[in-house]
Design a protein around this ligand. Structure first.
Ligand SMILES: Cc1cc2nc3c(=O)[nH]c(=O)nc-3n(C[C@H](O)[C@H](O)[C@H](O)COP(=O)(O)OP(=O)(O)OC[C@H]3O[C@@H](n4cnc5c(N)ncnc54)[C@H](O)[C@@H]3O)c2cc1C
Length: 550
């Protein structure tokens, strides 16, 4: 940190990172009265992980939920969230999220081309807990957005990582609601849904306001004068420093630290071997915040996700590519087993909760009991459902093992063969009887939600199906994450706090870069982007309304 700096650029607010949280912060700062805003982005593309994502936002009490007649109460929201992390929530950030989340949705719906609708039947992720919405309402989906409106900027948006075709909203894609003619029309005008729509429309709002994005500017150090953060030093692609003065403040929206091995080892509660986010998320924001004296929070947690290694790095600087594994394990005819060949979880449970089971520690063997673990399916499954990138009828991809018998499959994979055979036999018996006595898979609306399970069957067989048609297949799974969710602790105004609980003047955080507003809780679809963008909005609003120019 330095005090005497020769500035390359002087603005009022600098936003670090162009994901959902960063773009939201930039637009809000501008609209609430900040004159000069600039976004510094480490990569050459806009949108970070958000652009690759499903783009859903979990916002209780949002206007679309209310319009759909799905009632809400603060008591229910608090009861639900508290039941998922009893006594652990920070009341200030929780309340800020509950108050400002619906306001943020209304603001962007009114003032920009960002468009949502309630994915009305998408259940909360633990629908059996108090205050949960058993049949959904709190999760918002994006309307498809035409990238024609972005002109030459259309090519600067990070591509999607979702398996669904992106010409419609997520609901339209899952329901197969678009006919050929509509799809052709959408294709002609380059309509995109999901995270692409979210980032495309946010980017449009940024461009409409004339907010510049500086690419290949990796923020590295904060500049302080006394207690106050007054600017940031970033590094360009050639390693040259670029000094930016921030008269009102800096918003750290650089995503999590999941791609930084040292930080992962230092902080997380267990191994994280398969992040699915953009590889730029290396915890740069966290390191800068630590340097500035920030209090840290929620450091042991991540937004966990089960993943599969698709591609090994092709050259020295390349990063491996991990595929998401949310749908495959929940469909009928799939189970997850550990090296003992045993099931250890309800395979249809939500990914964030499951991630903690994956990290269970066995005191006897003094090892992680469920690492590694495998997805097991049979030929019936393989012929019927997409399995990661492998479509029915297509050749077996390199990340999938195949064998004529369960014995042979277990030997190939390194799983206890007796254990696997006994598990599959027991599972098939339970499926035929119609109840998973071991893990209650299929007992609730989430497990049977038609997006994960097979809607051709009635519950519980939307998720429960036998595994008995040779050959059999195994896919080694990783302890993955959408991103980490620990970082600088903020107050309800998104201001970063020091260890005495006082705001560090001029420093804000939002999205996965901050200590998550809801801690380790993942309420429903959109559990990262809902709170993350809300805090981007809060940061921008506070900078515009409470922080005078220097
Ligand atoms: C396939 C997929 C589907 C998902 N679906 C959903 C969903 O539907 N709903 C949901 O809530 N979550 C979902 N997630 C998770 C969600 O995408 C992320 O949690 C969210 O996008 C994080 O937003 P962010 O703005 O904090 O970070 P990001 O979107 O990752 O943006 C961070 C940005 O900061 C940049 N950056 C990093 N370091 C620096 C630096 N030093 N200087 C400048 N810039 C820097 C990065 O390049 C990146 O552009 C999904 C994730 C994936 C992969």
């Amino acid at each position: 940190m330095r005090e005497e700096v020769s500035w390359d650029l002087e603005v009022d607010v600098v936003v670090l990172g162009s994901g959902g949280a960063g773009l939201t912060a930039a637009v809000a700062a501008h609209d609430f009265g900040v004159k000069d805003v600039v976004i510094l982005e480490k990569s050459g593309m806009v949108g970070g992980t958000t652009a690759m994502s499903g783009g859903m936002l979990w916002i209780p009490n949002n206007q679309y939920q209310i319009e759909a007649g799905i009632e809400e109460s603060d008591e229910d929201v608090v009861a639900y969230l508290d039941s998922l992390a009893p006594g652990a929530l920070d009341p200030e950030t929780l309340w800020a999220f509950m108050q400002s989340g619906p306001e943020m949705i209304r603001y962007f719906s009114d003032k920009t081309e960002v468009r949502f609708h309630a994915y009305a039947d998408f259940p909360d992720y633990q629908p059996y807990m108090p205050g949960a919405k058993v049949n959904g309402g709190r999760s918002l989906d994006n309307e498809a957005f035409s990238f024609e409106k972005l002109g030459k900027w259309a090519t600067r948006v990070n591509p999607t990582k979702m398996a669904y075709p992106v010409r419609g909203s997520l609901k339209e894609a899952v329901d197969g609601a678009l006919d050929e003619a509509t799809l052709a029309e959408r294709e002609k005008h380059d309509y995109r849904g999901l995270g692409q729509a979210l980032i495309g429309s946010l980017l449009k709002a940024v461009l409409d306001r004339g907010i510049p994005i500086e690419f290949e500017k990796r923020a590295r150090r904060l500049v302080k004068k006394g207690d106050r953060v007054i600017g940031v030093v970033s590094e360009d692609a050639d390693g040259r420093d670029f000094h930016v003065r921030a008269r009102r403040g800096v918003v750290i929206a650089t995503g999590g630290f999941e791609w930084n091995e040292k930080l992962v080892k230092a902080f997380l509660r267990g191994p994280l071997t398969g992040p699915v986010s953009v590889p730029e998320n290396e915890g740069d924001g966290l390191l800068m915040a630590i340097d500035a004296g920030a209090q840290l929070g929620n450091m042991q947690n991540a937004f966990w996700q089960q993943s599969v290694l698709e591609l090994k790095p092709q050259h020295r600087n390349a990063k491996p590519n991990y595929l998401l594994g949310s749908d495959e394990r929940a469909r009928p005819g799939a189970i997850l087993v550990n090296r003992a060949g045993k099931r250890f979880v309800n395979e249809a449970a939500n990914y964030n909760a499951m991630g903690k089971t994956v990290l269970a520690f066995d005191a006897g063997t003094h090892s992680y009991a469920n690492l590694p673990y495998w997805l097991i399916i049979d030929q019936r499954y393989k012929d019927k459902y997409p399995t990661f990138t492998s479509m029915p009828g297509s050749p077996v991809p390199p990340y999938m093992m195949r064998a004529e018998t369960l014995q042979e499959l277990a030997e190939k994979a390194g799983i206890d063969a007796q254990g696997l055979k006994a598990t599959v036999a027991r599972f098939n018996d339970m499926v035929r009887k119609g109840h998973d006595d071991d893990f209650n898979r299929g007992d609730n609306t989430y497990d049977n939600f038609y997006m994960w399970g097979d809607p051709a069957f009635d519950p519980p067989h939307r998720t429960l199906g036998v595994i008995d048609q040779a050959p059999y297949y195994a896919v080694k799974m990783e302890s993955g994450a959408l991103g980490t969710c620990g970082g600088p602790k903020t107050n309800g105004d998104a201001q970063v706090l020091d260890w005495d609980g006082k705001p560090i003047p001029g420093l804000y955080a939002a999205g996965n870069a901050m200590a998550a507003a809801l801690g380790e809780v993942y309420g429903g679809a959109g559990g990262t982007l809902g709170p993350g963008m809300t805090f981007g909005y809060i940061a921008g609003r506070h900078l515009g309304t409470h922080v005078p120019n220097d």
